[in-house]
Design a protein around this ligand. Structure first.
Ligand code: GLC
Length: 744
């Protein structure tokens, strides 16, 4: 309790009001005790400030969405974005922004993937922590969401995510864990869905045991809007604030539960104290909303994040004199943000065509609409004719709003057919073709081999038009890398057979094998791998050094590597560090081929070399062991891999790690060992010393007994496979027990 002196002065009614929202966007004030009300608004990519009782939101600045900002792999940039959003909140007298949104991209179909960062939990946690630090450095709160396993929109209010503990810890919760431990977010927002049969809003395991007791979270937990199931159960589990405020209907549950003892006043007071703590963590200061400055920052963030996926024969950057045909209505109606609660009433949207015309010799043809997938054949033909008059065609492609949003999932990953048709027509004609994509999530690209260049701009915010133009004309050297895998087809995705579930539950059957963890384990080809992105310059990697070649799992490992700009223009390179368990994994939990465990972005002038340093600790090598409910590092040899992407490993060195903590080998009770080790007279024996005795030749076990010993044959195996009469089993058991000094 941080404010026991205040809590004890509150009436029960005031306590009940404090743990419930006040209207749609506020906390409840108790003036007489100096408890102010704070306002919270969506995020995460700008302020969607909606006054109580209104629907329209105030004008604000729309930043790039999470799908793009994660591609920057730039912690400082995300922190800068957070700081700016924090100042905007101060200017608008908003105490807390409802972001970042960090659910893992289990399936490309999830309608809110545009809002989320990645398929990888390490990248997710790092960029989330940076965003949170930035916002909170300005005295403004954040709400890390949607905790947890909200990885689809279909039946989001009620589906039950059936997920194993290891996948939960290593994939779906790890980003939250990192963000909590590195940035102490003011709040977490619990999700709508259930997890293994329990509402997230009532899960003590999720909201208290893991979040607070294990991770040391010191903030408050708020509900997603309408996510509360039973308010009293939520309070007992650690859900401090119900949002939005309601007609007090749920308050009845609190009174009843207090009366019948299913909720204690201590539990209520704990939540009340956290709300008071939340409110007092918000430190107001005067601020001015500098729309122009912030607008320019959205452009810069987009430029640092956009990903160059292909650039055959260096068709990019374009020369100012090159005749360029810009095709597609996105050029004049850019797709810059996703739909739903994150939607921003933009201050000013840069129009891509205008920005291109200001830099080069540009013509335009609509080709296809920006708001759907119908098209006019004549418009398509006119676009082809326009392209024939030019030297290069730039197709502004992407996903119309109606394809993806909060509230529903996609059913495929195709672009509108007109776009694929046009690109194919152009490439079949041999017209040099650049495709710029404005999409919130993965799309397939049947024309990827034929296109000359591909630029993934995702949903790049209100400055995207300028950012795209500056990249196409080389004013900026693109430096983003993919935060998610682009598979060759949707059916290759590991969640495909279990998405979106049957409307009741969703089996996360792929367990930890999400994204590149799956494709690489299965040695599958993909269209573009996680961590991939090109530049207008080139980089080389050298001199990878580890400060030790052997260590205990409790030691730290220092890694350095040199990166050189081997091209002729300034550029930034995202250096990725992957860890790979190279040991024999038979008989122990399998590991992904490699996992991202560090990254750094380094700016280099032509010819310049910089040394990048990383420090790895136990968790960099560990997997989550359900038997001991802890993170373990098996004794093994691990490769430290330095990659330009998850598939382009440039350098690798190994380190031998010895475990200081292992798990007891799981032995089924119905095996020979199970029988022996369960027997109180022989349980001091272990699998090891039984086998050692055999291996040392002391024993004269029968072949069946050795088979039983060596591969955990169930006792029945001795009968089923032995060519001896059934009583032989007993003889073998006698032999085994003799070993154990059992004389009777
Ligand atoms: C929505 C969203 C959540 C948002 C909240 C308030 O349902 O799930 O992200 O912050 O409600 O708009």
């Amino acid at each position: 309790m941080n404010y026991p002196e205040i809590v004890e002065q509150l009436t029960l009614e005031e306590k009940i009001r404090l743990v419930t929202g006040y209207g749609s966007w506020h906390t409840y004030p108790v003036e007489r005790l100096g408890i102010e009300s704070i306002m919270m608004t969506d995020g995460p990519i700008g302020l969607r400030k909606v006054d109580e009782g209104e629907t329209a939101s105030h004008v604000s600045v729309c930043f790039p969405s999470g799908c793009l900002t994660a591609c920057s792999f730039d912690r400082d940039l995300l922190e800068k974005m957070g700081e700016t959003l924090g100042e905007e909140c101060q200017a608008y007298e908003v105490g807390m922004i409802l972001g970042p949104a960090i659910n893992i991209k289990r399936s490309p179909l999830c309608g809110r993937n545009f809002e989320y960062y990645s398929e990888d939990p390490y990248l997710t946690g790092e960029v989330a922590a940076a965003y949170i630090k930035g916002v909170q450095s300005k005295g403004v709160g954040t709400s890390l969401k949607h905790y947890a396993m909200n990885n689809q929109e279909y039946r989001r209010m009620s589906y039950d995510a059936i997920v194993d503990e290891r996948a939960m810890r290593e994939i779906y919760l790890a980003g939250y864990e990192t963000a909590v431990k590195k940035s102490q977010p003011t709040t977490l927002m619990c999700s709508y869905n259930l997890i293994n049969g329990e509402h997230a809003s009532e899960s003590k395991k999720l909201l208290t045991d893991i979040l607070r007791d294990e991770w040391g979270f010191q903030g408050a937990v708020i509900s997603d809007w309408g996510a509360v199931h039973y308010r009293d159960k939520g309070l007992a589990a650690g859900l401090d604030l119900e949002m939005p405020g309601n007609n007090w209907a749920n308050q009845g549950f609190i009174r009843t539960a207090l009366a019948d003892g299913t909720l204690t006043i201590k539990e209520l007071d704990t939540c009340v104290d956290r709300i008071i703590t939340l409110v007092k963590r918000i430190v107001k200061h005067p601020a001015k909303f500098d729309f122009e400055k912030d607008h320019d920052l959205t452009r810069r963030i987009a430029e640092e994040s956009i990903v160059l996926l292909k650039n055959k024969n260096n068709i990019l950057p374009l020369a100012p004199e090159t005749k360029v045909a810009v095709l597609g209505e996105f050029a004049v109606k850019p797709r810059i943000q996703g739909g739903g609660s994150a939607f921003i009433n933009c201050y000013g949207v840069d129009i891509t065509l205008d920005q291109l015309k200001g830099r080069g010799n540009v013509t335009y043809s609509k080709a296809f609409p920006s708001d759907g997938d119908t098209w006019e054949e004549a418009e398509l033909e006119a676009a082809v004719a326009c392209a024939k008059e030019a030297e290069v065609a730039v197709v502004m492609a992407g996903l119309p709003d109606v394809y993806e949003s909060e509230g529903f999932d996609r059913t495929h990953i195709h672009l509108p057919e007109a776009q694929n048709l046009l690109i194919r027509k152009l490439t079949d004609l041999g017209i040099p073709t650049v495709v710029v994509l404005q999409n919130g999530a993965v799309v397939d690209m049947p024309w990827a081999d034929a296109a000359d260049a591909i630029v993934e701009a995702y949903l790049a915010g209100e400055g995207s038009g300028t950012a795209i133009a500056r990249i196409l004309y080389g004013e900026v050297n693109p430096s983003g890398k993919l935060a998610e895998t682009f598979p060759l087809q949707l059916e290759d995705n590991p969640s495909y057979l279990n998405f979106p579930g049957d409307g009741y539950s969703v089996r996360y059957a792929e367990s930890i094998y999400v994204g590149y963890r799956y494709y690489q384990k299965k040695r599958m080809n993909v269209l573009f791998p996680f961590g991939y992105g090109l530049s207008y310059t080139t980089f080389s990697y050298s001199n990878l050094r580890l400060d030790r070649s052997e260590m205990l799992d409790t030691d730290e490992l220092n890694v350095t590597v040199d990166v050189t700009n081997t091209g002729n223009r300034f550029g930034k390179e995202i250096v990725q560090l992957y860890v790979s368990d190279k040991g024999d994994q038979t008989g122990r939990p399998q590991r992904p081929v490699r996992e991202l465990k560090e990254f750094a972005k380094v700016a280099l002038e032509p010819g310049e070399t910089k040394t990048v340093s990383f420090r790895l600790s136990k968790r960099s090598f560990a997997y989550y062991e359900e038997q001991v409910k802890d993170w373990l590092v098996p004794t093994s040899e691990y490769a430290i891999e330095i990659g330009a992407s998850s598939k382009d490993i440039r350098l690798s060195e190994t380190v031998k790690i010895t475990a200081t903590k292992t798990v007891p080998l799981k032995i089924r009770p119905d095996t020979v060992f199970g029988e022996l080790l369960r027997d109180p007279r022989t349980k001091q024996y272990t699998l090891d010393n039984l086998i050692k005795q055999e291996a040392s030749g002391i024993l004269s076990f029968s072949p069946e007994a050795i088979a039983a010993l060596m591969d955990h044959n169930p006792i029945r195996g001795l009968r089923n496979f032995s060519n001896q009469p059934p009583q032989r089993v007993d003889e073998i058991m006698v032999e085994l027990k003799k070993l154990a000094g059992d004389t009777d």
